[in-house]
Design a protein around this ligand. Structure first.
Ligand SMILES: [Fe+2]
Length: 303
């Protein structure tokens, strides 16, 4: 086992790029370090989305986030989807590509849900073999994100964090760590979220997601339609304490507010990160002076 796996630099604090904000981002060039785009939204060539993607990509670092890989399914990998993903990546030149550690389809039928897997050694081997196939095809490591869940399997023989670490190690892939998903699953299943966070392998967590959810008391749904709540901010601080600096971003997928509202949440993430990791300002400054490609002084100075 090597001591270091991640080779990408810390990108700072980003946002999910949403259609409602295309024009604002392009014309106002807000102080956001990077943007995450949903891969599937740009797989059709041409048109306005691709125009904005290209123009915004010239000004900001981008990462690609997918929802259709279905890495845990027993269906064969969808090579048409992977070819489209690779073609898009060739054009976008993202810093990295991510999807979810879940299954979405079976027998060719897409559930349009990110469904959890049974956490067993057999599933680790199954998923890891498929991740290796994907990585060989794309010619790069991918990131897999922990999903929020509302059910569990009697057959599971390990905790979710053990499963996630085991897949990452066996597949030699990276992890997109969604702190809100951990909070949601912890509430729904009754586990201690700090146990999860403190067990994650810091060598493999390359990105963090932060988001809001809907709290129904007895259960919590991962809706991405509201501000991040205080317990999730607390978990974010705990995650940074354990992991060190990790490129972090805010996901809002519904009830999309004015851009300035998301900027305020992003400022909160920066503030918390600086409080948790005081050395971050100096380190971030070093990246800036080294001139990370694609990032200008204005945005990198946004700490
Ligand atoms: Fe997420």
């Amino acid at each position: 086992m090597t001591n270091t796996v991640i080779t990408q630099p810390f990108l700072g604090f980003g946002l999910g790029l949403r259609t409602q904000h295309f024009e604002h981002v392009l014309t106002q060039q807000p102080e956001v370090d990077w943007f995450e785009v949903i891969s599937e939204n740009f797989m059709v060539g041409g048109g306005k989305p691709r125009y904005y993607l290209e123009a915004i990509g010239e000004r900001y670092p981008l990462v690609m986030h997918g929802v259709s890989l279905s890495i845990g399914s027993t269906d064969p990998l969808d090579m048409d989807y992977l070819k489209a993903l690779k073609q898009l990546a060739n054009q976008v030149q993202p810093r990295w590509i991510s999807d979810h550690i879940c299954w979405t389809s079976i027998h060719g039928i897409n559930s349009h849900d990110l469904l959890p897997l049974p956490y067993t050694e057999e599933t680790v081997r199954h998923v890891a073999a498929r991740v290796r196939q994907v990585q060989d095809f794309l010619g790069r490591r991918i990131l897999l994100e922990n999903v929020s869940s509302y059910l569990s399997y009697k057959d599971s023989s390990m905790d979710e964090w053990q499963f996630l670490n085991a897949v990452a190690e066996e597949a030699d892939c990276l992890i997109l760590f969604d702190v809100n998903n951990i909070y949601v699953s912890a509430r729904n299943h009754g586990f201690e979220p700090l146990d999860y966070i403190r067990q994650m392998d810091p060598r493999r967590v390359q990105q963090i997601h932060l988001a809001g959810h809907s709290d129904y008391g007895d259960y919590v749904i991962d809706t991405h339609d509201s501000p991040i709540c205080d317990p999730v901010w607390d978990l974010y601080s705990a995650a940074l304490t354990h992991l060190g600096p990790v490129s972090s971003m805010i996901e809002r997928d519904a009830n999309i507010p004015e851009f300035s509202v998301l900027e305020q949440e992003l400022a909160m993430a920066r503030t918390l990160a600086l409080q948790t990791l005081p050395q971050l300002a100096a380190d971030h400054g070093k990246h800036h002076s080294a001139g990370l490609p694609g990032q200008d002084a204005k945005r990198m100075g946004s700490l």
